[in-house]
Structures are given as C-alpha cells and as structure tokens.
Design a protein around this ligand. Structure first.
Ligand code: NOJ
Ligand code: CA
Length: 677
C-alpha cells in the first residue's frame, strides 16, 4: 500500500531501467485503496495482480498476446522503460446520467522488450478510485506491420468460490439470455460485463472500454478461478487483423466495497476518447411510443396483409396520442418492404426506402411534424450487413429529408450469423467480432452526417463509445421487455434487478418499459409480464436510457391515466444520478435529478422476494421542502396474484427524512420529488 501511495505523486515521471526481474511495479488509485502490481516475472512472462484495501482481489494473472505468423508477445519479456503520470479533470456529457464527470487517475506505462527476434509490448495502466483500466500498446516495429492476433492471454484470476452473475458468450441468442448466478468455478464462456461478489462483500465487474477496430472478448473459465480473455474470431478463425502500431481496448475491472458502488462508477466512460462529432445539439434525448408491441403480442404483423401494423391510419393514431401526451417520437416498424415470409431468414430482400402500399411515409412524417412530433425510423437488417451497407446512405438521406432524427436498427440473426458478402462469397461473422465492431461505427458515422442518432438492437455490447459518438443514443444487448410478450418464456422478476448490476454497467439500454396490460394473454397464460404495475413505472428511473419508450398500446394507457402521469412526467436526461442501495439480483434503489431542473425522481424495484427498504433522502438539497408523489405497490400487491394493486399518494419531505419503501415480490416504487412553491 505505502509503496503505491509513494508512486502516485502527481505528474512525476520515473524511469526504471536495467534488468527488472522480480522488481514488481505498482500503481495505486488516488485514494490509495486500489493497487495494481505488475510482476515482470523471472520467466519473462508478465503478470499482474490487484489489491483492494490490502485484500487480494485479482491474483497473479497473465498478460500477453500471440500472432498467426509472428513471434508472440507472450514470454522472454523484460521491462526496459516505465513512465508515470497522474491526471485530474472533469468533462461534460451532452446527455447522460450526470452532466459532470470527474476523470482522476494515476497511470503507469511499462514497455516490455524481448530479444531474438527483438520485439516490444507496451502496457498502459490507469488506476481510478472506482477501478482499473489497462491496455496493450504495440509499437510499430520491424516485421510487425500487419499482424493477425490468434490469442490474447489476459487473465483475471479470482477466488474460485466467489459468486458471479453472467450470461453465456458466443451463444445463438447474442446477449439475450437470463443471468446465471454461480460460483466462479461454474462459469462457462461468459460475456462481459460480468459481476462478481467476493466473500468480503467487495464487488468487481470485469468488462472493457473503447472497443474500436478490435474483437470483443468473452470470458473463458480455466482451472482454479482463472478467467481468460477469449477474443471473438472472424469467419476465418483469426481474432484480430491489425497493423502495428496499435492499442487494444481497455481491459477494465470496476471495484467497489458494495454492489451499488459499481452503479456509481464512470470508469468505462472515462476510458473512452472525447466526443469526435463536434456540435451534437441535434442528439435529442426524449420519450417515444410506437407501432411495436402489437406485433410482439401477435395482434399485428410487420409484413403486409390484413393485420399489417404499419398503416398510415394507425401511425396517425399513435402520432395523435404522442402529441396529446407530450412524447417526442413515434416509432413505426414494418413500413418498408422485405418483411413478408420468414423475415429473419430473408435479410437480402429488405429495402430501406420502399414503402408498403398501405403506408405513406411522407404523409406520416408530415403529419407528425405538424403535431410537433417526429417519426422514429427503423432499419431491421436480419443481420445482412452487406445488403444494409449498400443502401445505408440513401436510407439515412430519406429519413433526414423527412425530419427523422433517430433510427432504431436491428440485427436479428443468430450469433455468428451476421452476413457479409466478399467478392461474391457469403461470410458469416459474430455480432461482437472485429467486422461487426467496425460496421456499427460506420453506421454511426453515416447517420451523424445526416443529424441522426442510432438505437441499435442486437448490437455489440456497449463499451462506452457514446462518449466518442454521442449519436449512439441507446441500444438493446440484453433480454428486454420484448420477452414478456407472446412468443417466449418471460423474464422472471429477478432479471430486472440483475440488469442494473450487469448489463447496465456498460451503458444505456432500450429496454422499453411501461407495460400496463400485464396479463395481456389472460390470467391463465404463461405469456405475461412478471412484475407489478408500480415496478413498470420505476423502470424509467432504474434502467437508464436517454430515450425511453412507453411500450404499451395507447388504449392501455388511456385506461390508467393516474399511473400514466408518471411516464408523462419522468425525464430521460439527468443532471446527477445516485444509486442508493441494492444487492445484485435482489433489489435496487436509484435517484436522479432532472437535467437543468430541481426535481428528483426515485425508482426502486425488487426481484423474486418482497422487501422493505429504508431510504434516507439526504440527496435532496438542504433548506428546501419538497412534495413527493409516490406511486407504490399496494399492501396486497404481488406480481403473481395482484399485479395491479398500486397506490398513488403525496407527502411533504426534506433532506432530513427517510422513506420506508415496501416493495412487493416483482414490485416497485416510483417517486417524483418536486420543490414546493
Ligand atoms: C428485435 C428487436 O429487439 C425488436 O425491438 C424489434 O421489434 C424486432 N427485432 C424487429 O425488428
Ligand atoms: Ca432483440
């Protein structure tokens, strides 16, 4: 510990020269709680380990990488140079969970060198109070111009008995799985973010930041608690095709004494590059409704026919509803040709500009604009990336001309089934391989030229690129509300209380909350929403996204105007956010203050069990009296037996008060807290 503190002198640059065998180098967080040690190793194999308040949280773990046709950067390495640096600054998010983000860390850069043949590997480590990022920096060097990476050796060596929450990696359903809760020993191939609770109560989340021109990795469990990075391969088996000099994405480890600390961390954003797009005032957070849930309920179809969802008449009905209730957008899915037949298998026939005869895109867009609402565009590709890329420029131009500012994209194809056609040959790639990573960024750049923001469904996982590309406004990348419709076993109550501690650590999610007709197939059907109604309201605060859908049918909202009021009121852009209390997969309470305003909103949700939580309101401004409008589970509420039992009540509160929240099984509380006049 002491050693780490001594090394964290701001701005100091120290060069350690000469044979460095057995000389461990350390760098600690500004608050000195986290210490990252690099052990160059007598065997020339670099390893690292991490202490948190003196407790080993990551044991000796290997570093390095291997290539197809070059000597690996995996052994015979000794340290030839090191540099230290510290930084402390703040930057602003154009939209986000908080406006100001503090970026404060201590950095250590180490250059390793191997001989015969001579080759170099750099490692840059940044240690923040809320965790660690480290990345490889491979310098330009003779013989290493173009390299094919076949393996990255980075490990995260954990206590095998620690508890982990994870979804399978490299699976057919991409990221749309329910979370497993197992010991580290029982992890299979797993996506990140993966969250771990150690016996001491310390929580870790393993992930990556700034995934650009590289493959994502999944976690591959090896013997004795060792988790190894496993880079997603191209269709030809190579993991990454790259030219030195290059840097890898940051490998990240968020560290917190408790579960909610992970939610208050800005580590992933801090490790991304600043905004590349310049003025992004055209990126607009907001709320939307749309022709969507009716298809998932199988009342309407995306394809043509008597039940076609995307008709001009129905779009106008949704636009009227949106205008009446203050929504910004109306999503229309299924207006463009290509949906007929098995659309999941027929990506090649999608047109992104040609409309079905019963839908007049021009007229609908004009009708919306006249009412102060915008259409939200939709591009379902069914994973046929080449078909989409051919049409992308025209497709965005059409939307731009019609005043569309947001497009939801979709890549419904099984994992490993993204299609690119190269010289007439079909090649199938993963949603998180190097090809897909580059494609998603091409889409952002094409869209940005036309003032359009992108909400990607079936995306690659988020690694904080919204900082660099603020038009990447949201994405899916988890099992969302769509699974609670009429075609899949629904999400169990614990799913929504697992998301904040896992998937949401990576960034915003277009979960599409707000289903009011919870028993849409009748009380006897297994197809239903496994939550109370108050839980649906709380999700608008708990599951952060700058765009939030009111996902249900307008007629279902019109039946419950009192509860719908919360959805009308809740903002989607925040001045500050604070996760107050929670346990992974059990419950969570989050409060957020409206961007540019004084109102606070609080969301609390529970999982499978009912729960009572005391929440101090110490986040409120001192000296102000507030009116809290509470939307809570009624005393008899229970997701299974009594999901519609809710109470709306008001009380006067100050920062000195605490609220006792009684959450039903699958329940929730949503609160608007406004300063009293
Ligand atoms: C899957 C998306 O998650 C869903 O929102 C969309 O409606 C369908 N694909 C069709 O594009
Ligand atoms: Ca999906």
């Amino acid at each position: 510990m002491k050693r780490g503190i001594r090394h964290s002198v701001a701005g100091a640059i120290v060069a350690l020269l000469g044979p460095a065998t057995a000389l461990a180098m350390q760098v600690s967080s500004p608050d000195a709680r986290i210490t990252f040690s690099i052990d160059p190793g007598d065997d020339g194999v670099p390893r690292y380990s991490v202490l948190y308040r003196g407790e080993p949280v990551i044991r000796e773990s290997r570093l390095g990488m291997r290539f197809a046709n070059h000597h690996g950067l995996d052994g015979g390495l000794r340290v030839t140079r090191s540099e230290r640096r510290s930084a402390d600054g703040t930057w602003q998010q154009p939209w986000g969970e908080r406006r100001q983000v503090r970026d404060r860390y201590n950095e250590l850069f180490v250059l390793f060198q191997a001989e015969a043949p001579s080759r170099q590997l750099g490692l840059r480590v940044r240690v923040y109070d809320d965790g660690i990022g480290f990345r490889y920096e491979v310098p330009g060097q003779p013989g290493y111009a173009d390299v094919d990476i076949v393996d990255e050796l980075t490990e995260f060596h954990l206590d095998p008995e620690a508890t982990a929450w994870w979804i399978p990696g490299r699976g057919w359903n991409r990221y749309e799985f329910l979370y497993n809760e197992t010991t580290v020993t029982d992890i299979g191939l797993a996506h990140t973010p993966m969250t771990v609770r150690l016996a001491s109560g310390v929580h870790l989340a393993i992930h990556e930041a700034a995934l650009v021109d590289y493959a994502a990795y999944v976690i591959d469990k090896r013997r004795g608690g060792i988790l190894k990075t496993n880079l997603t391969p191209w269709s030809d088996g190579i993991r990454v095709k790259i030219r030195a000099p290059f840097v890898t994405p940051w490998r990240t480890i968020q560290v917190s004494p408790d579960a909610v600390g992970l939610l208050n961390s800005d580590l992933i954003l801090n490790l991304n590059e600043p905004n590349k797009l310049g003025d992004v005032s055209w990126v607009e957070p907001g709320k939307y409704v749309g022709i969507w849930w009716a298809m998932h309920l199988q009342q309407k179809t995306w394809g043509s026919g008597p039940d076609h969802g995307a008709t001009t008449a129905d779009a106008k009905r949704y636009i009227d509803f949106a205008a009446r209730h203050g929504f910004d957008g109306v999503l229309v899915e299924g207006w463009n040709t290509g949906w007929d037949g098995d659309w999941i298998a027929n990506g090649a026939v999608f047109s992104f500009t040609q409309q079905y005869p019963d839908f007049d895109l021009e007229a609908a867009a004009r009708y919306a604009r006249d009412k102060g609402v915008r259409l939200v565009g939709h591009h379902e590709t069914s994973g046929h990336v080449s078909n989409y890329e051919r049409q992308m420029a025209d497709a965005f131009e059409l939307y731009e001309a019609l005043g569309v500012r947001q497009v939801k994209t979709g890549y419904v194809a099984d994992g490993g089934g993204l299609l690119r056609v190269e010289e007439g040959i079909d090649k199938y790639e993963w949603h998180d391989g190097q090809f897909a990573v580059a494609h998603f960024i091409r889409v952002l750049e094409e869209a940005a030229k036309r003032g359009i923001s992108i909400n990607t469904h079936e995306p690659v996982k988020d690694t904080g690129l919204r900082r660099t590309y603020p038009n990447w406004i949201s994405r899916e990348g988890a099992r969302g509300q769509e699974y609670n419709a009429a075609w899949a076993p629904p999400n169990p109550p614990r799913h929504n209380v697992t998301l904040p501690f896992t998937r949401m650590l990576s960034g915003p999610m277009d979960f599409t909350p707000g289903i009011f007709d919870l028993l849409h197939q009748g009380p006897a059907s297994e197809f239903r929403v496994q939550s109370t109604l108050a839980h649906q309201l709380a999700l608008y605060v708990v599951l952060y996204s700058p765009i939030q859908m009111a996902a249900d049918l307008p007629e279902n909202y019109e039946q419950r105007p009192d509860a719908f009021q919360f959805i009308e009121d809740v903002p989607t852009d925040w001045e500050e956010s604070v996760a107050l209390v929670g346990e992974v997969a059990r419950f969570v309470v989050i409060a957020r203050r409206e961007r540019g305003g004084r109102d606070w909103y609080l969301g609390a949700i529970s999982g499978d069990e009912p729960r009572e939580v005391i929440v101090p309101l110490s986040f409120l401004a001192p000296g102000t009296r507030y009116l809290a409008t509470v939307y809570r589970d009624g005393d008899e509420a229970d997701w299974q037996e009594n999901p519609y039992d809710y109470v709306i009540e008001q009380r006067s509160v100050t920062t000195a008060d605490s609220l006792k929240l009684r959450l039903a099984a699958g329940g929730g509380t949503a609160i608007r807290i406004q300063p009293e006049k």
